[in-house]
Design a protein around this ligand. Sequence first.
Ligand code: SF4
Length: 163
Amino acid sequence: MKNITGIMIYYYFVCKRKLWLFSNEITMEHESDNVMLGKLLDENSYNKEKKHIMIDNTINIDFIKKWEVLHEIKKSQSMEEASVWQIKYYLYFLKKRDIKVEKGILDYPKLKIRKEIILEKEDIKYIEEILKHINDIINTEKVPEFNILKICKNCSYYDYCLS
Ligand code: SF4
């Protein structure tokens, strides 16, 4: 079974086809959201925090403040549901390893907006269902069908999907 990363949780909500392509190591050289966000983070006001923390070679947290609050940086609110579940997954992942982190913050530095994210009891069951569903999706041989979405034009797989 593959490790499920935070970005896979994010893609689960964004596009199942993208999730499959990414998880099956089909990558595009195009500048990805990740790279852009990494730049944004490095160039902005978070220099004093612990940044890009990789845990168990699976989740990569943008930064954590005193091991109490973790932050995920996004540039726009367009995929907010995906971002919220990505953070909840990080909180879940850490909780499973007895690392107590109080909450997550969804950070939009360019918009100067921050949202507090808590892992609720009922979220745990839902995350476990998502993990099973992700495993089913990424382990099938066939890539999920291409259905054009609003976000396609900004997706690094756009040319691939159109071809
Ligand atoms: S181009 Fe659209 S359908 Fe294809 S992977 Fe990206 S978001 Fe999904």
